[in-house]
Design a protein around this ligand. Structure first.
Ligand SMILES: [Zn+2]
Length: 305
């Protein structure tokens, strides 16, 4: 053990051997991304309120709603074509999200690599190695992380579309005078709450994607042969609960029998190739399948290269 430790050149040291499987703390790891996304999207709602103020948007919304017979049951129904056209008209000239590609890329850049590195270090500790200098330099993996920019753009557009739809619904439901300050304050609060929930879900899902990828790469590149799917139990999708304890070879795929009748192949839980209904908010996690004799070759520890 002493001889082995001496080989490690200050970047890593051996811990006691393989630890019991543990779950990476995604909630903590997702906080920075959550804050960044929430700040961005909240700014969008504020900008939208200002935009509607300047373009007589509140008037148009109120007139649109009053023009239709107000029907309480209508609130639950899908928006009509006319409603959708109104939303498009109201958003004309709204420029806050014009540079969404740039902002999304900056947020991904500022968060994903850090999450990957934290999760990789966590994975190394599970394998008995404390790596002080893990730093992701692998270009293929960095490129895979940057691909999440498209998900960030999609989620941002989805958020503003949802905000507009919710706004129209609120006008129908409450039928209140938009010049009533209280009404606008309540509306802002309600949209803020929805946006917080969406930002949280988004941040947790994206953190899970980066963390699971980090752990899979770390296990694979350090000689782990098999992996295991773990479900959390409470509030888990039945299809994921059924996967609890399932094993696969490190380069093989898990076969996830979805409630939608299809079987999806996944490298791990939170594999971004899974459809949204098998991906969003998934709290399942992967652990390495190794026995007590497993040891990383100290001269060949993968530290992000
Ligand atoms: Zn799951």
């Amino acid at each position: 053990m002493i001889a082995a430790a001496a080989i490690l050149t200050g970047t890593a040291r051996l811990l006691r051997r393989v630890r019991r499987a543990r779950r990476f703390d995604r909630v903590r790891a997702s906080r920075k991304l959550y804050r960044e996304v929430l700040t961005y999207w909240s700014g969008g709602i504020d900008a939208l309120f200002t935009h509607l103020q300047h373009t007589k948007g509140w008037d148009r919304l109120a007139r649109h709603v009053q023009g239709d017979a107000v029907d309480a049951a209508r609130v639950e129904k899908a928006l009509t074509e006319k409603d959708r056209q109104l939303i498009i008209d109201l958003l004309a000239g709204f420029s806050y999200y014009d540079d969404v590609e740039t902002v999304a890329a900056a947020i991904v850049e500022a968060t994903r690599q850090e999450t990957f590195e934290e999760a990789a270090k966590f994975a190394l500790r599970q394998l008995g190695i404390a790596a002080a200098d893990f730093s992701l330099r692998n270009e293929t993996i960095r490129a895979a992380l940057l691909e999440r920019v498209s998900a960030e753009i999609f989620a941002t557009r989805n958020n503003i579309a949802g905000v507009m739809e919710s706004m129209v619904r609120q006008f129908y439901e409450l039928g209140r005078n938009p010049y009533d300050r209280r009404f606008l304050a309540d509306l802002r609060q309600q949209l803020g709450d929805v946006t917080m929930a969406q930002a949280k879900r988004f941040a947790l899902t994206e953190t899970a994607i980066a963390a699971e990828l980090a752990q899979l790469e770390t296990f694979r590149r350090n000689g782990v042969q098999r992996k295991k799917w773990n479900a959390l139990g409470q509030n888990t999708r039945p299809s994921h609960q059924a996967m609890d304890g399932a094993e696969a070879g490190i380069d093989e795929k898990f076969a996830l029998a979805s409630d939608d009748g299809n079987t999806y192949l996944a490298d791990s839980p939170s594999d971004p190739s899974l459809p949204p209904h098998e991906l969003i908010n998934c709290r399942c996690w992967m652990s390495p399948v190794v026995n007590d004799e497993f040891q990383i070759d100290p001269e060949r520890i993968w530290e992000g290269q």
